[in-house]
Design a protein around this ligand. Structure first.
Ligand SMILES: C[S@@+](CC[C@H](N)C(=O)[O-])C[C@H]1O[C@@H](n2cnc3c(N)ncnc32)[C@H](O)[C@@H]1O
Length: 207
């Protein structure tokens, strides 16, 4: 079965994420800026890069290599056009639920709101395999809400098709799993969102 993200236009995705009832695009961009400020990486990989949300925060004089991965080639094309100023931009189309990517590793791997969609099997393996020695992994997960379902309702109806494949990630499980793989939590941050939702970001460093 085709990945449901292939049926969501970037305009719908970004319209939904920017809508008054969701307000997640800016929060994700801010958290990426925070992850960059934690490490000032020379190289970064973003899993589920969509249209490049947050790439504005990259200082090209510091971060020379920017790897973006996504299942949707149209999102990657938009990111390529928007961020042509980043000379070290490498974009790869891959289904992270089905394949482990093998690329030269980076100092910061950023996985924001992607494990919920791609799962924590092969996608987590890709994330870990991309961390260079001395590098860090930042993971942003959505916190549960008692008020509303995980994919918020909005006027962008195509977003509803993502619901069956969305699973919240238990952050205690994530921390324990990463500890078992030799990564300790070095930093954490939270962002509150509408309807009692929130994001949590953990930055994990190799022990
Ligand atoms: C919620 S968006 C990510 C937001 C983005 N990381 C940010 O910080 O703004 C999820 C992204 O992951 C991508 N995605 C979902 N499932 C995927 C999969 N199996 N493999 C690769 N990318 C996937 C989607 O196409 C989408 O661009």
């Amino acid at each position: 079965m085709a990945n449901p993200w292939l049926g969501v236009s970037l305009a719908d995705y970004e319209g939904h994420m920017n809508s008054a009832e969701v307000q997640q695009l800016g929060a994700l961009s801010d958290l990426f800026a925070e992850a960059l400020a934690f490490r000032y990486p020379e190289s970064v990989a973003i899993l589920g890069i969509a249209g490049g949300n947050g790439l504005d925060h990259i200082d090209a004089s510091v971060t020379k290599r920017v790897v973006g991965l996504d299942v949707n080639p149209r999102y990657l094309e938009a990111a390529r056009q928007r961020y042509s100023r980043l000379s070290g931009l490498e974009l790869y189309c891959a289904d992270l639920a089905k394949t482990v990517v093998h690329l030269p590793p980076v100092q910061l791997v950023h996985a924001a709101l992607v494990f919920e969609h791609a799962g924590v099997g092969l996608c987590l393996e890709s994330a870990l395999s991309l961390v260079a020695p001395g590098g860090v992994l930042s993971a942003v997960v959505q916190l549960p809400s008692e008020l509303e379902e995980p994919v918020s309702p909005s006027r962008f109806h195509s977003m509803r098709n993502l619901k069956p494949d969305f699973s919240l990630i238990d952050r205690a499980w994530l921390c324990n799993t990463l500890a078992g793989r030799g990564f300790r939590r070095a930093y954490q941050a939270r962002r509150s969102l509408p309807a009692g939702k929130g994001f949590w970001m953990g930055i994990f460093a190799q022990v």
